[in-house]
Design a protein around this ligand. Structure first.
Ligand SMILES: [Zn+2]
Length: 145
């Protein structure tokens, strides 16, 4: 079962979540998690590094990238590459979902997997395990507004 996406986890909650996923909760990992699991929305590696430079100037590039890779291996973060951009983005939403690109702002918004149905008609040759969909357009209404 997917864990709920909490926008503002406390350091204790992050620490517990890391432990549940078999990751030793070091201060640096907790700090990076605060950003990638709570504050950021589909950040790139550059976004994460810039955030770390601003908030933890002593943190090395290697620490930042190693932590991101550790989080991916632990199943807390996923990597996505979209056709409109060569950069990899990191996503703390690990449930099945699709993406919507607001072409005006470049914002990437999650769309729940339940809200899109992709089905092959009259085609029995494939067993589809996973689909990656990027819808593009203009965001006209924010969620819950
Ligand atoms: Zn996403």
């Amino acid at each position: 079962m997917a864990e709920p996406r909490n926008r503002c986890l406390s350091p204790q909650e992050i620490s517990r979540r890391l432990e549940r996923h078999g990751v030793q909760p070091t201060a640096q990992r907790i700090a990076i998690c605060q950003y990638v699991l709570c504050e950021a929305e589909h950040p790139t590696a550059d976004d994460i590094k810039q955030w770390a430079d601003k908030n933890f100037p002593k943190m090395s590039r290697a620490t930042v990238y190693n932590t991101v890779n550790t989080l991916i291996e632990a199943g807390l973060l996923r990597e996505f590459r979209f056709p409109h951009d060569s950069k990899t983005v990191y996503d703390d939403n690990i449930s099945d979902h699709y993406h919507f690109l607001d072409e005006t702002t470049g914002e990437i918004i999650d769309i729940d997997g339940k809200d899109i149905e992709i089905k092959l008609r009259n085609e029995q040759r494939f067993i589809v395990k996973n689909a990656e969909v990027l819808l593009r357009g203009k965001l006209v209404k924010k969620k819950g507004v």
